[in-house]
Design a protein around this ligand. Structure first.
Ligand code: GLN
Length: 498
């Protein structure tokens, strides 16, 4: 089940900042580290399927450049220089296939890099490949990937969560140190929780969405997954940037998210919203969560229970707004502009019809139908407009809560990783995986999931939510908890991980 990494001989199981120290002290070069990552990917991928594309030549080229930079030739190295990372396959990479987990984008090679990819490259990070995901990031288990389901490194009969399941599984299995995921309703935090790693969704707007294949534009946000909180803070430093190419992006209040990260939680006011512990929470998750609350209290924070009565509406609001935006965003896949196009059609309508019919999977079709329905004349006011109104109320409810507390703490997911296939026939039970994470997207808040122990042999995540632009404060809280526990030292142990 779990092994501790203290003094591990396997550098791929270290946090990135420790691997970075090995690079700085010349104990290892970036080319060597990248080779280790590629070897591990080759060995583990037949069981995990975390990658849709691996880019060994490009990675080794980048690693050579990084080594030069680490040796003082070239721009000043930063925390990610020379570190192997993965990018979820819904972020555009120039010259490297980008599928969003969908058949409809098969064969599509973007001519440009997403802003985050550009930023990673100029930081000197080594992109070893593209992460598997639920098709167009729609899902909570990775079983909606058109190519292969990802398996959870803690137990390969179980899902890694989704939709950034490839990202979380690759970090947990030591195939890379850090991964970029996207989070529309929980897709960074929930898989991070289910795979026992740290995952952070920044405040909406803090990270540019330029080059991210859009699912629901008012909810989508890119963020880091890593083996510990510091790695996520370092990554946020690289990617949080206002970008004129994304009009919703803003300049955040911090220029260094690691500054003051170790200041502790003494005197901080943390609130537990009782609605997040309602029915559906597994006993093992509840008890790990209660212990985590106790730990944060023993570190000097003040804990109070509060009520956020609108929480129960967030899921319904999400499943109107997200599919509505998706139905508009996915209209561009018409069989002409990108990827797949059927050749045996009589006219352009048939091309569109057949390409979309064959190219989209069942969940994506379900969302397009839901969205088109909610936006259609006669239903718009009843569904879409009403959902937007409730969204405003949810935002206000959070605003009021943050007048009384500095951060909210909740479980990240009501359950631990579930068995593959156990929820695929029941979309509603799948959608319920995100009850604890979705409200933050509705309100644009930052949230982080940090490992908080186990239920049986499976990891449990603690979620910390902050007010808009409270990203530094939630990282500080997560760091204080993480450093006071030893969960970050646990790694999945099985024949395939050793
Ligand atoms: N699981 C949620 C959904 O299916 C959220 C996905 C996400 O955050 N991308 O829509």
């Amino acid at each position: 089940m779990a092994i501790r990494s203290g003094g591990s001989a396997q550098p791929m199981l270290l946090p990135a900042h420790e691997a970075r120290r090995l690079l700085a002290s010349k104990n290892i070069s970036s080319v060597e580290l990248t080779r280790l990552a590629l070897e591990r990917i080759e060995k583990l991928e037949p069981k995990i399927h975390a990658f849709l594309t691996v880019t060994p030549e490009l990675a080794l080229e980048q690693a050579e450049e990084a080594d030069k930079r680490l040796n003082g030739n070239g721009p000043h190295p930063c925390a990610l220089t020379g570190i192997p990372v993965m990018v979820k396959d819904n972020m555009s990479t120039a010259g490297v296939a980008t599928t969003a987990g969908s058949r409809i984008l098969e064969g599509y090679v973007p001519p440009y890099d997403a802003t985050v990819v550009e930023l990673l490259r100029s930081a000197g990070a080594i992109i070893v490949g593209k992460g598997n995901l639920d098709e167009f990031a729609m899902g909570s288990s990775n079983e909606n990937s058109a190519f292969a389901p990802v398996r959870n490194p803690w137990d390969t009969s179980r899902v890694p969560g989704g939709s950034s399941g490839g990202a979380a599984a690759a970090v947990a299995a030591g195939e890379c140190f850090i991964a970029l995921g996207s989070d529309t309703g929980g897709s960074i935090r929930q898989p991070a929780a289910l795979c026992g790693v740290v995952g952070m969704k920044p405040t909406y707007g803090l990270v540019s969405r330029y080059g991210l294949i859009a699912f629901a534009s008012s909810l989508d946000q890119i963020g880091p997954l890593g083996r510990d909180v510091l790695d996520c803070a370092h990554t946020l430093n690289v990617i949080a940037r206002r970008d004129p190419r994304d009009s919703t992006s803003v300049q955040g209040p911090e220029d260094d998210y690691t500054k003051g990260i170790d200041a502790g939680v003494r005197g901080m006011r943390l609130a537990v919203p009782r609605e997040y512990l309602a029915e559906g929470i597994e006993p093992g998750v509840r008890s790990a969560f209660e212990k985590a609350v106790g730990k944060l209290e023993s570190l000097g924070s003040r804990i109070e229970e509060i009520s956020l009565p609108l929480t129960g509406h967030a899921l319904a609001v999400y499943y109107i707004i997200a599919p509505s935006e998706a139905s508009a965003n996915l209209a561009r896949y018409d069989g002409f502009k990108y990827g797949l196009s059927t050749a045996d059609a009589a006219n352009s309508w048939e091309v569109m019809d057949q390409t979309r019919g064959r190219g989209f999977g069942p969940e994506v079709k379900r969302r397009i139908l839901l969205g088109a329905y909610a936006l259609s004349a006669g239903y718009y006011d009843a569904y879409y407009k009403k959902a937007q109104q409730v969204r405003t109320l949810i935002r206000r409810e959070f605003q009021q809560a943050f007048e009384r507390c500095d951060a909210l703490i909740t479980p990240t997911s009501p359950t631990v990783a579930f068995k593959l296939g156990s929820r695929t026939d029941d979309p509603m039970s799948m959608y319920l995986s995100d009850v604890c994470t979705i409200p933050a997207n509705i309100a644009g808040l930052p949230g982080v999931s940090v490992p908080a122990g186990f239920s049986g042999h499976l990891p449990v995540g603690l979620q910390i939510l902050g007010p808009p632009f409270g990203d530094a404060a939630i990282l500080r809280t997560a760091y204080a908890y993480e450093q006071a526990t030893e969960w970050r030292l646990m790694h999945p142990k099985s024949d395939l991980i050793q």
